[in-house]
Design a protein around this ligand. Structure first.
Ligand code: CP
Length: 325
């Protein structure tokens, strides 16, 4: 695996989930698999779970890890092709990514969307620029359009806790105090639909997601309709795509609370975290046995570990080919 951004980068998702669970359950260990290899984790935005779980996963595989917080610790980056660099960005991504690629064997990148230009964000300008110049396997630790390590962890969590082969999954919009990216809901829809799950999406009118991610899901503006008999309910805020990046005014009644679950008595509640308590989800739900949020966060370790293992496999294969020639 040379890149991890979307489902298209994975040859078999069920196999990836199975391998992750085998590692989690201690059936197989790869303590020395990545020995001698270095992971560089580059953060353009804050993180708690991604930072800790990905570093831990790499160390479990025997890798060395370094973390770079770009912005506060480094030079401001220019991305424009042919830019005349007479403003406040002293370093171009061509050199920055090129240098990082010389120091590390695998590079992880967190690059949130700017939420200013839909065209730029949908094109994954930052992630793709790094991919072009880093010349090493590139791992998305959440980028403009997707959060694949989170979606894989969500899939592992559902596989572990589902009593049914094909559970009903509902993704519901929730209110928030600021404009958030669409990366988590897009990615969640992409991974659920790619694995044949029944996905229902509920949001107020005006908060439509990109159909290229949601094609195949049942979409409604009626939250109760989506939640009816759901086995898993994923709660998430996202900002508007039209006008792009704006917060939705209102929608307070969309906060998920115990009352919302009258038609879904068995439902487990999911959220990627961090969560705004009593804005997105009520205390009573987050503190109840229905809540899967810590299980999802725990599984971030295993999603990162199985993906890094796949990338290390590619490095080993490439080295064997080079020696063979
Ligand atoms: N869910 C998630 O990616 O958490 P962090 O932003 O804290 O890494």
């Amino acid at each position: 695996m040379k890149q991890f951004l979307s489902v298209a980068d994975v040859s078999s998702i069920p196999q990836l989930v199975e391998e992750a669970l085998e590692m989690k359950n201690g059936h197989v260990q790869f303590n020395e698999f990545g020995q001698g290899l270095k992971l560089g984790m580059v953060f353009l935005n804050p993180s708690l779970r991604t930072r800790l779980s990905t570093e831990m996963a790499a160390k479990n595989l025997g890798m060395e890890v370094q973390v770079l917080n770009m912005g506060s610790d480094t030079w401001g980056l220019e991305f424009g092709e042919g830019a005349v660099m007479n403003q406040d960005k002293p370093e171009h991504v061509k050199e920055a990514a090129g240098v990082i690629g010389r120091y590390f064997d695998i590079v992880g990148l967190r690059s949130f969307p700017g939420l200013m230009s839909k065209v730029e964000d949908d094109a994954e300008t930052v992630f793709r620029s790094f991919g072009k110049y880093v010349d090493k396997p590139l791992l998305s630790m959440e980028s403009a359009t997707r959060h694949p390590l989170q979606s894989l962890a969500d899939l592992i969590t559902i596989a572990e806790h589902s009593k049914k082969k094909r559970p009903k999954i509902a993704l519901t919009w929730a209110p928030h105090v600021k404009a958030l990216p669409q990366a988590v809901p897009h990615s969640f829809a992409e991974w659920m639909l790619a694995t044949g799950h029944e996905l229902h999406i509920a949001h107020p009118a005006g908060l439509e997601l990109d159909p290229s991610f949601t094609d195949g899901a049942f979409i409604t503006h009626n939250q109760q309709e989506a939640l009816e008999d759901a086995d898993f309910i994923y709660v998430k805020n996202w900002s508007m795509r039209e006008p792009y990046g704006k917060t939705y005014n209102g929608g307070g009644e969309w906060m998920l609370r115990e009352d919302s679950l009258k038609g879904a008595s068995e439902a487990k509640i999911m959220h990627c975290l961090p969560v705004r308590r009593n804005i997105e989800l009520s205390d009573e739900l987050l503190d109840s046995p229905r809540s899967m949020v810590l299980n999802q966060a725990e599984n971030r370790l295993w999603s990162a570990q199985v993906v890094l293992k796949k990338m290390i496999e590619s490095i080993h294969e490439k080295r064997k080919e080079t020696v063979g020639h």
